[in-house]
Design a protein around this ligand. Sequence first.
Ligand SMILES: Nc1nc2c(ncn2[C@@H]2O[C@H](COP(=O)(O)OP(=O)(O)OP(=O)(O)O)[C@@H](O)[C@H]2O)c(=O)[nH]1
Ligand SMILES: [Mg+2]
Length: 230
Amino acid sequence: MKNVSVIIPALNEEEPIAEVVREVTATRIPTEIIVVDNGSTDHTAERARHAGARVVTAPRGYGRACAGGVAALRPECNIVVFLDGDGSDCPEFMMQLVDPIVRGTYDFVIGSRTRGQREPGSMNLQQILSGRIAGLLLRLLYGACYTDMCPFRAIRRDALERLAMREQTYGWNLEMQMKAARAGLRILEIPVNHRRRAGGASKVSGTLRGTFVAGVRILATLVRIAFAKS
Ligand SMILES: Nc1nc2c(ncn2[C@@H]2O[C@H](COP(=O)(O)OP(=O)(O)OP(=O)(O)O)[C@@H](O)[C@H]2O)c(=O)[nH]1
Ligand SMILES: [Mg+2]
C-alpha cells in the first residue's frame, strides 16, 4: 500500500497558497499535505492550514524548508512529492509522477518544464538554459537524462533519506538530482506543464538578486557534489 505525502515550501505566498493546497487535495493522491513556512510575514501559514494543509516551520532557506518537510513526514509515508507554493506547478501531473514509483519501476520521477507546455512568461531564458546546461553536465558526469531542475518531483522516501541531503538553500533541487544519479536510482523524467505564479512575488527567478543568489548556490552545489563524496 502506497502512502504519498506532499511537501510545499512556501515563503510569503498568501495569495496563491490556498488554491495550491486545494488543487493538490483534488487529485486525491496524497494522504497529507505539508506546507513548510519558515519566515513568512504574511498570512501564508493560516491560509494553508485553513485549506487543509499541515503547516510546519524550519530554519530559514529553501533547502532547510524542504528538509524540514521531510523531517515532519508521518512514519507511514513512503513516497514524497515536492512542488512549489506559488501555483506554477500543475498538480494534475502528480499521478504521472507517482505512478511509476507505485508500480516499482522507478525510484525518482521528476517533471520537466522545458519538455512540457509553458504558459508564456512562466519561465525565463536563464531558467530554461540553466536547466538544460545542468542536464548536459549531469549527463557527462553520471549519464543521467535531465532537461530541467523542476521543483515538481516524486521520490521514494527511503531512497531520499539515503541521499543524505544537506543543501540549505536553492541548491537543494540540483543536489537531489545529482545524488539520485550518483546513487544509481532508477530515474524517469516526464514533461509537465507550467504556469505563471498565481499571485504574490517571486523570490528566485523574477528578481536580479534572487537569480544571482540562486545561481551562486546552484553552481556551488554542482561543484561540491561533482568533486566530493557527500
Ligand atoms: N519555505 C520557504 N519557501 C521558499 C523559500 N524561498 C522560496 N520559497 C518557495 O519556493 C518556491 C519557489 O520560489 P519562487 O519565488 O516561486 O521562485 P521562481 O519559481 O524561480 O520564481 P517565479 O518565476 O516568480 O515563480 C515558492 O513556493 C516559494 O514560496 C524559503 O526560503 N523558504
Ligand atoms: Mg515559482
